[in-house]
Structure formats: structure tokens, C-alpha cells
Design a protein around this ligand. Structure first.
Ligand code: SIN
Length: 525
């Protein structure tokens, strides 16, 4: 029986920032279902947004974030994030993380969609995630325990079922393990793996959301999902991200050389907010026309974008052609587990940070390059909070371990879920298609009881079904189009829905009025 003060599930940027900021005297476990470096954060090409340039200011960053998110954020949280951005960058830099610099030795600040200023910092060109994560790995104190390749499939509650006290995990041999802790933190990413087209690590398919929901936590605004406009598209499949920084460097979306897709569609053209660009590409492709990213005007492309170049090379796309075939795919979940300002969920002892959590930062659509910053900020903030709590050596525990016989479960296969989610709850949604997928999902079991008797593969699918239901419920109920949630049958934003969160828990689905989320700075759309 293993006992910890803090158990961190996941190994992305928020998880590691938390781990490296916790008191060295506390007993900490990081547990991940794959390898430590298999996370969306590690793959991140895009950089970190921070108002660090001479002409920039956190208020500009704040305003851009609100506008991209359709003014659906917790404005206080956004202001805090924007204000802390420059400090976080300087602190990482001071600790040895090298950001790309321009010829004068200043931070090189890139441009991305919906930003009013150049404020995107990168490391190693488009290998920002890898560099930051390697830096954080090197900072993990040696006393922190790390368990890889164990899939957390249940949160253990106390006997009154009002406090989370531990986790159950399954290793590669199907053996079940129990770990107990005072504080359990979910930092396992979003829902990309639920869709057939995604930029995400394929294994990231809503585990955190399903785990929290099953433990009784509130889940909020699951309909807000960002589809990134430009994933490399080869042989009917998406093959990885082509960073928005490529468009920031001048690349244009075309349907043929010189025929520009975004002309006349938005004042920001190719750098319009992601949902607008994704929708245009989606519609054009749906009418049978292929869409490409024209990169021919970018000198030294391979040097500037080594990660994108590698993905193209691996998939047989010649950079010399100057045209990269693209399609939009699921990129980021703005909704998630409902948390307060430090990351506490509605279940005692259970916390969530990073993409798994809905912190109020992103609203209906995330501004480019805000997610690494969010992970760093909330990882650090939760550590500060937890460091002030009493560390106890008293643990509640139960005692059962071992391999069990597996039962049958009526569930679909992963491919079916991904395809149905992409076609029925993807970039453009309608009541008809949502009702159809809702009906389809209803037939599958999500077993309210303990899951020990099922295989890891079965539980993962069950979690996908659970999470798909939450997305579809939210998307059906919200009868408007806002940011990442586009309803063809309700094409405009609605003032009524502007005021409402959709909250789901085991108690059902609820429309809850947004309160106390306004900041005193005046912002005009
Ligand atoms: C990108 O580089 O386009 C993705 C970065 C992000 O989503 O913030």
C-alpha cells in the first residue's frame, strides 16, 4: 500500500510545473499511463504567449484573450494570467531555459492568430514544448516517485463518498494497484483522441473528465472544443500539426496556387481566430475542394520549422512543392472539470489543472499559445496553495490488489466513436446529427460500479463513451454558435447563452448563471 501527500496524474506541463514547485518535504507521486515525455505539452510546436515586448502590455494580452474566447471567460482569471506571463517567462529564463532570440539578442517575439501584438516566445523554432518539458524534467526533485505505463481508472473515495483519498491504476499486465494520497491532482489533458482528426497524442481521450465525473465532480461547458485549422492531411488522415506560427511567418491558405481561401472572409485573413479559419477550410473541403498551406514565400523553412518539416518528410510531403495539404482537427478542450481559482474541483481532495480543467481562461475559444502559459501558471499556483496545507502522515486505506477475471462489456470500438464524433459532433454541428449520435451513445454502458473487472482497453473505451456523452449533451443544449461551438442551425451568438454555463454531474445537466466573472477593466468587442 503506497501513501503520498500529493498524487499527480499526468505528465504534461501543468503536472510538472506543479511537481517542481511543491515543498521538497512532501511525498509526491507522478503517475502517467504512457511514458513521461508522451504528452501534448511535449509535442507543442506553438510557443508561449506573454506580454513581454516593449510595445506590449498585459492589458492588451487580456483583451486579445477575451476577444478570442468570445467574452465567455472569468475575466479576473484572464487578467491574472496576462499579468503573470512576463514574470513566468523571466523566471524560466533565469533558471536556464533558453528562448529563441532575434539578431539583437532580445527575445524573438512571433505573431499568431487573433493576437494584436508580437508576443509568442519559442524555443528551438517549433520545438517549444520539447525544450520546456526537458527543462522541467531536469528540475524534478529526485525524491518524487514516478510511475510510468499505469493507467489510472478510478478515483477512490472515502466511505462517506465525499472525499477523494486515492487512485486505482492498472499496469501493462493488467494488475491493479492502489495508491493513497491527501490530495489527488488530475492533469491529463483533453479529448483530442475522441475525434478521428486530431493534433493530440492519440491516447489523450478524456480520461480525466471521465474519472472526475464518475467520482461526482462537476464538469462544465464541454461543447467548447477548438479545432485547429491546419493539420497535415495525407491519405485521408491527419498526420500532425502545422503550427499557426507558419501562417504567422507569412504562409497562406489556398485552394490552388494564388487562390487565397481567407480573402474577404475576415479582416485578419489567414490569422483570423481559429474557429473561423477551421470553419472555412471545413466547408471548402466538404464541397470537394482540397485546401493547402502555401509556404513558398518562407525562406529557410526547414531551419525555422524543424518539427513541421520532419512531419512532412515522414509523410512523404515534399517541402519543395511549397504546398502542404491541410484539414482541421480537434486540438483543445476549453471546457472541462469545473475548478475554482486554485484548481479545487467540487469533490474534496480532488484538483484539476491544465487542459483537463476549466479554469475560466479560455472561454469559448482559446487564444493561440495561451495553453502552455496556463499550465505553467496554474501548476505553480496550485503548488503554492497545497504547500500551505497541513501535511499529514495519516491516510485512510483499503486493501485489495491483484489481477481479476475480465468481464464482457457492451461498448463500441474506438474507431467508431472517433468517426461518429468527428462527423456528428465535430467542427459544424446540427440538432439532427447531435440527436442521432446521442441516441447511438445511449445504447452503450458506462457502468456506475467499480471497474476492476474490466480490461484497460475496455475501460478506456468506456471513458471515451462517457466523455462523448458529456460533449454531445452540452452541444445539443447550447443553441447558439460561440467560438469552438458552431451550430449550423443556430449560427449566431445569443445574449441569453452568453450568461450561462452548462454544468453536468451525476445529478444531471444544469444551466448555471455565470457570476462574479467580470473584471473592472472596460473591454469593447
Ligand atoms: C500552434 O502552434 O498552432 C498551436 C499552438 C497552440 O495551440 O497554442
Amino acid at each position: 500500500m503506497e501513501k503520498y501527500n500529493h498524487i499527480i496524474i499526468g505528465s504534461g506541463i501543468a503536472a510538472l510545473q506543479l511537481a517542481t514547485h511543491l515543498n521538497k518535504s512532501s511525498k509526491v507521486l507522478i503517475i502517467t499511463k504512457s511514458k513521461l515525455n508522451e504528452s501534448n505539452s511535449y509535442r507543442a510546436q506553438g510557443g508561449i504567449a506573454a506580454a513581454i515586448g516593449d510595445l506590449d502590455h498585459p492589458t492588451f494580452h487580456y483583451k486579445d484573450t477575451l476577444k478570442a474566447g468570445c467574452f465567455f471567460q472569468n475575466e479576473n482569471a484572464v487578467m491574472e494570467l496576462a499579468q503573470n506571463g512576463p514574470r513566468i517567462i523571466k523566471s524560466l529564463n533565469g533558471n536556464g531555459l533558453l528562448f529563441d532570440e532575434d539578431d539583437s539578442g532580445d527575445f524573438s517575439l512571433g505573431m499568431e492568430g487573433a493576437h494584436s501584438q508580437n508576443r509568442i516566445l519559442h524555443c528551438g523554432g517549433d520545438a517549444t514544448g520539447k525544450h520546456i518539458m526537458n527543462h522541467l524534467f531536469s528540475e524534478i526533485p529526485p525524491q518524487i516517485a514516478i510511475v510510468e505505463n499505469e493507467f489510472v481508472f478510478e478515483l477512490i473515495l472515502n466511505s462517506d463518498r465525499n472525499k477523494c483519498i486515492g487512485i486505482k491504476s492498472m499496469d501493462e499486465n493488467g494488475e491493479v494497484h492502489h495508491y493513497f494520497g491527501q490530495n489527488i491532482i488530475l492533469a491529463v489533458g483533453g479529448v483530442g483522441g475522441l475525434f478521428s482528426y486530431t493534433s493530440n497524442e492519440k491516447s489523450i481521450a478524456g480520461d480525466g473528465i471521465a474519472l472526475a465525473y464518475r467520482a461526482g465532480a462537476e464538469i462544465v461547458d464541454m461543447e467548447f472544443i477548438q479545432f485547429h485549422p491546419t493539420l497535415l492531411f495525407v491519405d485521408g488522415e491527419t498526420r500532425g500539426l502545422i503550427s499557426e506560427a507558419v501562417r504567422g511567418a507569412g504562409a497562406r491558405l489556398v485552394t490552388a496556387p494564388g487562390v487565397y481561401l481567407m480573402d474577404g472572409k475576415h479582416t485578419l485573413g489567414d490569422l483570423a481566430p481559429r474557429h473561423i479559419v477551421a470553419k472555412e477550410i471545413f466547408n471548402r473541403r466538404a464541397s470537394g475542394v482540397d485546401v493547402f498551406l502555401d509556404i513558398s514565400m518562407i525562406p529557410d523553412f526547414e531551419k525555422k520549422f524543424p518539427t513541421v518539416s520532419k512531419i512532412c518528410l515522414e509523410n512523404g510531403v515534399a517541402l519543395e512543392s511549397g504546398l502542404l495539404p491541410v484539414a482541421p482537427g480537434c486540438h483543445f478542450l476549453m471546457g472541462g472539470i469545473s475548478v475554482n481559482e486554485v484548481g479545487e474541483t467540487s469533490v474534496n481532495g480532488l484538483y484539476a489543472i491544465g487542459e483537463t480543467a476549466s479554469t475560466g481562461i479560455h472561454g469559448a475559444n482559446r487564444l493561440a499559445s495561451n495553453s502552455l502559459l496556463e499550465g505553467l501558471y496554474f501548476g505553480e499556483k496550485l503548488a503554492t496553495y497545497l504547500n500551505k496545507l497541513n501535511v499529514s502522515n495519516e491516510f485512510i486505506s483499503i486493501n485489495e490488489e491483484g489481477v481479476l477475471n475480465r468481464d464482457q462489456l457492451f461498448i463500441p470500438n474506438k474507431k467508431e466513436i472517433k468517426e461518429k464524433m468527428m462527423s456528428h459532433a465535430g467542427i459544424i454541428r446540427t440538432n439532427l446529427e447531435l440527436v442521432e449520435i446521442e441516441g447511438w451513445l445511449t445504447q452503450f454502458s458506462v457502468q456506475d460500479n467499480a471497474l476492476d473487472k474490466y480490461s484497460k482497453e475496455q475501460i478506456q473505451v468506456l471513458f471515451m463513451v462517457q466523455c462523448a456523452k458529456l460533449i454531445v449533451n452540452g452541444a445539443l443544449l447550447r443553441e447558439e454558435s460561440r467560438g469552438g461551438h458552431i451550430r449550423a442551425d443556430f449560427p449566431s451568438e445569443s445574449q441569453c447563452w452568453q450568461e450561462v454555463h452548462i454544468v453536468q454531474s451525476k445529478n444531471g445537466i444544469e444551466m448555471r448563471r455565470r457570476t462574479n466573472e467580470r473584471h473592472q477593466v472596460e473591454v469593447h468587442a
